[in-house]
Write a protein that binds this ligand. Structure first.
Ligand code: ZN
Length: 590
């Protein structure tokens, strides 16, 4: 028998038929109640006297041995008795986890739970949630690695950068992975954390759609997610092991999509720019957003520094993005993603003029498709992050997690300031990179050489551009950005009877520098017409344009592989306008 003197009501689990009923309650004056496991399907229950739903776990099967369940109950009671004693007698008790809301965090606030979600399920207890102490369970970075953490319940309505999540909102509590409540809160926690990271670094205080951004957690079947200037949209699809994968459950995916919304808020000109490099930069920024948002977790910073021995630029679960979604996509399309994730920011891709690249390629090769080409920039920024950490750490061989936190914020600031200043011109990568070099000098004098080294090695900046940069080339050649120009492309090229109207990347280049060619020289950037044509060609070749039934010519293309349409055609008096509808993850399964 298990003795629980302080409980008003205890029903010991019968040892032969599990699970049955385990009910624990506290005296109401102690503000703690727990009711646990009613049936194999019940995740939680609440009596009329229980004011708040209380989290439970492990009511899902009879796999747990009777001895294990009994042991868990004993453990829970010991923990609760200990808490009660502390509350009664020790005013100097340490603060409860999660009492530091907002951007600051304590080690306890994101303490990693020890539960192995792939192993035998265990019982989880929860205290009565209160506004200041309520916690939720969440993934640290992705359901693939499945590192679970407890975090303060996020305030989704907090400004700036508030969210509107689906209703009704489940009570903030510690739910089991696999439940809709867990998915809700892990998405909420990641998106709040990401927005709280970016908000102080932005020159704006609202999203492009307004002060509140909608989040739609499950919009149907697709291995995808997208941002459409109205909401962040997530889906579900078949996983590699036969289970369902919910894209919104991955903090990596959520913070990638949120990154599109952040970039759109500060650089709306990129939305409709007919430019391969502008579109790829959007995707790269999404991955950078996922990485920097993850680094706001102290537990992850510690884990990654340990895993990499302090050498951040090594493949780790920080650099590997969306492992679970990647596995699900790999099961359907083996060469579409990395061997162990969707994309990896530790990569060796170097810049090539995207107009010279194929419009699609296996993940092992670079193509002009935006997600593929984005890896040049996300890899470079991740390498810059690692280099700045080494350059600024007190002990370069042993950077601390506090130093990593600082450098993550500095990286975010450098990227934001650079992209805001960069003109939307052909060879956009070089313009952003030059701005990053420029901006980084104001953050730390040790950073510009690090960034120049990374960008030259990646050929994002040519060697001759960089070597002349210090003296002359960083002098602005056009201080004021001109508004984006409208271009009319020949409609017949795309089966259209009218000209195709596009927003050209026609702002004057801010810096007279360019990316590097494979032979070490500088590339000759395309003009705006050439850049726009290459971009639109890719859209049509890859089936990314919703023609809205407009063209009915023999040149109309039918794509057997269904892809989300990122763009649509809209009839106007002067021609047919090409408009962006969304930025997505680049794959769908229907
Ligand atoms: Zn994206």
């Amino acid at each position: 028998m298990v003795t629980m003197k302080h409980e008003k009501n205890v029903v010991e689990p019968p040892c032969r038929m599990l699970p049955q009923l385990v009910s624990l309650e506290r005296d109401s004056s102690l503000s703690l109640k727990m009711i646990n496991i009613r049936s194999p399907q019940a995740d939680f229950s609440s009596g009329p006297e229980v004011k708040t739903r209380l989290a439970t776990a492990s009511a899902t099967s009879g796999r747990m041995a009777p001895e294990r369940l009994q042991s868990d109950i004993v453990s829970i009671v010991k923990q609760e008795n200990s808490k009660v004693r502390r509350r009664r007698g020790h005013a100097s008790d340490p603060p409860l986890p999660g009492t530091h809301a907002g951007r600051g965090e304590t080690p306890a606030a994101d303490a990693v739970c020890s539960r192995n979600v792939h192993g035998p399920e265990e019982t989880v207890m929860a205290t009565k949630p209160t506004p200041s102490t309520a916690q939720v369970n969440a993934w640290e970075d992705d359901p693939g690695p499945a590192v679970e953490i407890a975090r303060p319940a996020p305030d989704l309505s907090r400004q700036p950068l508030a969210y509107a999540f689906p209703h009704p909102q489940p009570a903030a509590d510690k739910y089991q992975p696999g439940t809709a409540e867990f998915r809700y809160w892990t998405a909420a926690e990641a998106l709040r954390r990401g927005a709280d990271f970016w908000a102080p670094l932005l020159p704006v205080k609202s999203w492009q759609p307004g002060r509140t951004l909608s989040v739609k957690l499950d919009e149907g079947e697709d291995l995808n997610a997208f941002y459409d200037r109205q909401a962040l949209n997530f889906f579900h699809g078949p996983g590699a092991d036969g289970t369902l994968v919910f894209s919104g459950e991955s903090p990596d995916v959520a913070c990638h999509e949120m990154g599109h919304a952040i970039l759109d808020a500060v650089k709306p000109d990129l939305w409709d720019a007919a430019s391969q490099e502008a579109a790829a930069f959007h995707e790269g920024f999404g991955d950078i957003s996922a990485i920097l948002s993850a680094l706001q977790l102290q537990s992850l910073r510690i884990a990654i520094l340990n895993d990499t021995g302090g050498h951040l630029y090594r493949s780790s679960r920080l650099s590997r993005l969306a492992e679970q979604l990647g596995a699900a996509i790999r099961a359907q399309s083996p060469d579409a993603v990395e061997p162990d994730c969707l994309r990896n920011a530790v990569n060796s891709f170097t810049y090539s003029d995207p107009a010279e690249l194929p419009s699609s390629a296996p993940a092992s090769h670079l193509s002009s498709e935006p997600h593929s080409f984005s890896r040049v920039m996300s890899g470079a920024v991740f390498e810059c992050l690692a280099g700045m950490l080494t350059a600024s750490a007190a002990d370069a061989k042993k950077p601390t997690e506090q130093e990593l936190a600082r450098v993550s914020t500095e990286t975010g600031k450098i990227v934001i300031d650079a992209v805001v200043a960069a003109h939307v011109a052909p060879n956009f990568f070089a313009q952003v990179a030059a701005q990053m070099v420029q901006v980084s000098g104001a953050v730390n004098a040790a950073y510009p050489p690090v960034l120049r080294g990374v960008f030259v090695r990646r050929s994002i900046l040519s060697l001759e551009s960089v070597t002349s940069m210090a003296a002359t080339a960083l002098m602005p050649v056009a201080a004021v950005a001109a508004p984006a120009a409208q271009l009319a492309l020949p409609g017949t090229r795309y089966g259209l009877a009218q000209p195709l109207l596009v927003q050209a990347p026609a702002q004057p280049r801010h810096f007279a520098i360019t990316s590097g060619a494979p032979n070490g020289s500088s590339v000759q950037p395309p003009n705006a017409l050439e850049a726009a044509t290459a971009f639109v060609d890719d859209l049509f070749r890859n089936g990314r344009v919703d023609d809205q039934g407009l063209p009915a010519s023999n040149a109309r293309l039918v794509h057997t592989r269904r892809r989300l349409r990122t763009h649509r055609l809209k009839a106007e008096a002067a021609g047919v306008r090409l408009e962006r509808q969304l930025f997505d993850c680049g794959f769908c399964c229907r």
